[in-house]
Design a protein around this ligand. Structure first.
Ligand SMILES: NC(=O)c1ccc[n+]([C@@H]2O[C@H](COP(=O)([O-])OP(=O)(O)OC[C@H]3O[C@@H](n4cnc5c(N)ncnc54)[C@H](OP(=O)(O)O)[C@@H]3O)[C@@H](O)[C@H]2O)c1
Length: 296
């Protein structure tokens, strides 16, 4: 076992000279600290780590199959060079791999004792029942659907647990609450939730990109373009936030629209080309894809 990085577990000596028990003791480390282990350290795991890294009483480590040690070290997290040591370290195991990689990870995980550990899966399209086929129904399994804004503690995250009465389950719910808004939903609602809130940032950014393309006619620097766009988004968010209790979105749009004016002309184009419907189509395509991921 080799520990990489600068946080949490300690360095061990020659693996062959140690038995499992002493390695277990060495890796377990401090009591009273929640130990998060990421299997796969890509975009989402980094976002979760960055959102939580300043929390007291938490330690973090990861195992990623091909990432270079120095690349992981730059992120400021420990890494192990095998999954077994990560499992020994962690009491909360995050399955942060792509759906197609999940079966291999679960086949590996089923070889280890998961007693007292919680498994958290953000993997799109993969149900708790699917994970239980590999790990059984004893471990606490929490399925979530977050987005990358976890890094800024501003995700919208869906939550579903296979043992809602378990204390650890409530603890995980409250940790997710530190990373933005969290909501408990039924499992059969995950595909729609994924398409709106998991993929949502990419869809909203793609709409913003269309504004940015038009903005280029001004010949501004990229930095000024971005600042102006960010202020537009901030102003729109504030306008929505301050008025949403007393007005519908339709009312808020009407307030900006005068008869025969520029906004009216743009909205006429929006409706004539059914752009709202087209955007719903974007969300629906993502939902269909999420559903199909069950089978890969
Ligand atoms: N990104 C998002 O915004 C987002 C939002 C909600 C949910 N999710 C879900 O989160 C999961 C991770 O997404 P991501 O965007 O973070 O993916 P990602 O950036 O591709 O990260 C996954 C990482 O896991 C590694 N990996 C794959 N198989 C492994 C294995 N057997 N053992 C150890 N490491 C392994 C990958 O290595 P290789 O590069 O070598 O394959 C990669 O570094 C997905 O299931 C996705 O559905 C993502």
């Amino acid at each position: 076992m080799e520990v990489k990085g600068n946080q949490g577990g300690k360095k061990s000596g020659d693996k062959k000279t140690r038995d499992k028990k002493s390695r277990r003791k060495e890796i377990k480390g401090k009591q009273g600290v929640m130990k998060h282990g990421f299997i796969g350290f890509g975009n989402l795991a980094k976002a979760i780590f960055n959102g939580l890294r300043n929390e007291k009483d938490m330690a973090f480590a990861c195992f990623d199959r091909f990432k270079k040690e120095e690349d992981i070290q730059k992120e400021g997290i420990n890494s192990y060079d095998n999954i077994e040591d990560l499992v020994l370290f962690a009491d909360t195991i995050w399955l942060t791999v792509k759906p197609q990689d999940l079966p291999d990870v679960l086949l590996d995980l089923k070889e280890f004792s998961l007693e007292g550990k919680a498994i958290i899966s953000p993997v799109a399209g993969k149900s708790i029942a699917y994970i239980e086929q590999f790990l059984g129904d004893k471990p606490l399994i929490v399925r979530i659907m977050p987005n990358l804004a976890m890094a800024y503690r501003a995700s919208v995250t869906a939550f579903h647990s296979n043992s809602p009465e378990n204390e650890q389950s409530a603890e995980i719910y409250s940790i997710l609450g530190k990373l933005g808004k969290v909501i408990s939903i039924k499992e059969n609602e995950f595909d729609l939730f994924t398409s709106i809130f998991g993929s949502g940032p990419a869809f909203i950014l793609s709409v913003i990109e269309a504004f940015k393309n038009k903005l280029q006619e001004f010949n501004l620097t990229k930095q000024v373009e971005d600042e102006l766009l960010l202020e537009l988004i901030k102003g729109t968010t504030l306008y929505f936030m301050h008025n949403r209790e007393d007005h519908t979105i339709e009312d808020l749009v009407k307030n900006i629209t005068s008869k025969g004016g520029t906004t009216r002309a743009g909205l006429d184009y929006f409706h004539a080309h059914e752009i709202g419907k087209q955007l719903e189509g974007v969300i629906e395509a993502a939902r269909v894809r999420s559903k199909s991921l069950e089978d890969i």
